[in-house]
Design a protein around this ligand. Sequence first.
Ligand SMILES: NC(=O)c1ccc[n+]([C@@H]2O[C@H](COP(=O)([O-])OP(=O)(O)OC[C@H]3O[C@@H](n4cnc5c(N)ncnc54)[C@H](OP(=O)(O)O)[C@@H]3O)[C@@H](O)[C@H]2O)c1
Length: 336
Amino acid sequence: MEIYKANDNRYADMVYRRCGRSGLLLPAISLGLWHNFGSVDVFNHFIQIAYTAFDNGITHFDLANNYGPVYGSAEENFGRILKKGLGRYRDELVISTKAGYDMWPGPYGNWGSRKYLMASLDQSLKRMGLEYVDIFYSHRPDPLTPVEETMGALADIIRQGKALYVGISNYNAEQTEKALAVLREHRVPCLIHQARYSMLDRWTEPELLPLLEQEGVGMIAFSPLAQGLLTDKYLNGIPENSRAAKSTGHLQREQVTEEKIHKIRQLNELAKQRGQTLAEMALAWLLKDDRVTSVLVGASSVAQLMDNLKALQVTGFSEEELLAIEEVLGVSELRS
Ligand SMILES: NC(=O)c1ccc[n+]([C@@H]2O[C@H](COP(=O)([O-])OP(=O)(O)OC[C@H]3O[C@@H](n4cnc5c(N)ncnc54)[C@H](OP(=O)(O)O)[C@@H]3O)[C@@H](O)[C@H]2O)c1
């Protein structure tokens, strides 16, 4: 394969949003490598997804130590993509990785100890062939490790130059408040919080989003399409090759319930009235909120990614549209 050369017009259409009160701008749409970039996937296929992303101004690629399957293979594959040419643009890329979930056997390959985070980041850098990542996350709170230890490790990682910024993921509002306080003592700001947020999952709204805004921390919404549910793909059953059909997919068949599909059909009609696909509307709906720095999508094809990018063409909503969406969703139950 030839060495990749990026599209000269890559910055023409993307919108960049400030991450909290930091100096870092992130693209409104970022690409996550949780699925579709592992050793079970096809290299020549996903390298095109990565190139298409960067060619369209997606500067932010999100990974974690255990993305694959197999664990580590998404980072390895991303390292190969960098070597094939994307790495020539290293200073135009924001690459993140994380540690916090199960990664290797024994007592040091999981959760939030200093021992785990330090070793895991060294492994991630090796797999990707990088000297540093732009953002390193504590992937989840650890109820048994003092938050001082986990945040202390993040602060030291910054001082070692192995990450430029740090973030937290899956911390609730109370845990976030504590983590931010410890990082503040280390004079290391928390750049960003990565949380699950979509039309179908509103747990962040009552407490977390207001806290992040007040503290000047950015927010990146993961699974903004609810792993594909908020698209037109499951309207008539579970297609072959979809995430819900694959044995390696994290969306279980049981999660594609008739009740959800009933709502999704109605949302799909509302999207059509706006002249958008449901995927586009679901992403635009998140981006209407300034507190959401970026939506972190996954894509199993170039066509899906191109569809998702179109979300940026119509991001405004009328009061009537917002009300109609809330009515379909029956919101109060989704916020808990
Ligand atoms: N911090 C955390 O704990 C955490 C947890 C989960 C995810 N994340 C991050 O968030 C990223 C995104 O998560 P996600 O993959 O669940 O996001 P998502 O955007 O909600 O779902 C992506 C999946 O939806 C389907 N899809 C996407 N665009 C589509 C379109 N236009 N039309 C039809 N189907 C479409 C594809 O599934 P098919 O395979 O069915 O085609 C795709 O793989 C991850 O890669 C990861 O970086 C973080």
